[in-house]
Design a protein around this ligand. Structure first.
Ligand SMILES: Cc1ncc(COP(=O)(O)O)c(C=O)c1O
Length: 363
């Protein structure tokens, strides 16, 4: 049985009539930039994220860049980021002109280690960007305590974790800012690129000017801004999908439960859900020292899988100026050597999950 890693069409097939109607409405209005459709989505998303406001932007990378710009973080500043994440978390810091300071992750959850964060703080540190990697929230209680003690801005990178919770509170409400991506395969995905920042009202006001070439009112440019807005059309599509997000996340969690019951292999580590965390399984990551052999078996059986990620960000060529060497981030390295994502999406059937588990158990 062929089982893809993701299946976006399975989601879009069911929503196609509603999406087509939204497209028709946008076309008839022909108002594509800013405006009431975007504002309505921003209000609805802010409620989901438990934040007073939300500001739609062009993608998740820009969401991070705008948060840094809103705090005037730039040359001479340091920003703490995890060594294991999607590269964009660190690239946003570089684009701000600041220095990314990499910190290793915890072995159980693959999220930034708060004890190491505390040790990495210097006089130059301005912000911490914890990443809720794979859909599991970082230890936000410990990180909030460090940020408060050291007077640092806390920017959640929630690009992989729409709807996740930490101690009952949604991600997006746990720091000063939270950046979300609507890349199509995310738990909440647009039909193209998109992103949003959840924050308080005063910061949202600054971000609205920054995303719109510095304008609060037309032709008055208060700050040097970006051109980074979430399209009204994408906001209309996302509004339809946002209503389904809780059910989709419950479906992902149910499928994670199936895998937990069905997968039996002594050398395989299944994802940990730490007490206090509500994991939304953007990715279902297993870990084994025999990762490459497992992936080859799955490929032969027609089952999709992928490595997230093969290389810690500080060892990428783009981060060479940071001067890191193998051995600096042993936990991130171990996860990069051993991780493999199994098929995970809300429409995955029980029979497909069983076929994946059989192939895993056989390999
Ligand atoms: C952890 C993380 N941060 C940032 C981003 C960047 O988001 P985007 O692709 O929308 O720019 C992503 C998206 O893949 C991500 O997974």
């Amino acid at each position: 049985m062929n089982v893809p890693l993701f299946n976006l069409w399975a989601q879009h097939r069911a929503l196609a009539p509603a999406l087509r109607r939204a497209f028709e409405r946008c076309l008839r209005r022909s108002a594509f930039i800013l405006g009431p459709t975007l504002e309505a989505f921003e209000r609805a998303f802010a409620r989901t994220a438990g934040a007073p406001a939300a500001v739609g932007v062009a993608n998740g990378t820009d969401a991070l860049r705008l948060c840094l710009a809103a705090e005037s973080i730039g040359p001479g500043d340091e920003v703490i980021v995890p060594a294991l994440t999607f590269a964009a978390t660190a690239h946003a810091v570089v684009h701000a002109g600041a220095r990314p300071v990499f910190v290793d992750v915890e072995p159980e959850t693959a999220t930034i280690d708060p004890r190491l964060v505390e040790r990495a703080v210097t006089r130059r540190t301005r912000a911490i960007i914890p990443v809720h990697l794979y859909g599991h929230p970082a230890n936000m209680s410990a990180l909030r305590a460090v940020a408060r003690r050291r007077g640092l801005i806390l920017i959640e990178d929630a690009c992989q974790a729409h709807g996740a919770r930490w101690r009952g509170r949604p991600v997006g409400s746990l720091g000063d800012y939270a950046a979300f991506s609507f890349y199509p395969s995310k738990n909440l995905g647009a039909l193209g690129d998109g992103g949003i920042i959840a924050t308080n009202r005063a910061r949202a006001d600054r971000l609205r000017a920054l995303r719109h070439v510095g304008q609060r009112v037309k032709n008055r440019h208060d700050v040097a801004g970006f051109n980074s807005r979430l399209d009204a059309m994408q906001a209309a599509f996302l509004m339809i999908k946002l209503r389904r997000l809780p059910a989709w996340n419950r479906a992902r969690r149910r499928r994670a439960g199936w895998y937990r019951r069905l997968v039996r292999r002594a050398d395989l580590r299944l994802p940990v859900e730490r007490p206090g965390a509500l994991h939304v399984y953007h990715l279902f990551i297993v870990r084994t020292p025999r990762r490459d052999a497992l992936q080859a078996t799955l490929t032969r059986a027609g089952i999709g899988s992928a490595v997230y990620y093969p290389t810690p960000v500080p060892y990428q060529p783009a981060m060479r100026p940071c001067g890191h060497r193998r051995g600096d981030f042993p936990v991130a390295e171990e996860i990069c050597r051993t991780n493999l994502a199994l098929p995970m999406y809300p429409e995955l059937t029980r029979a497909q999950a069983a076929a994946v588990a059989r192939a895993v158990n056989r390999s």
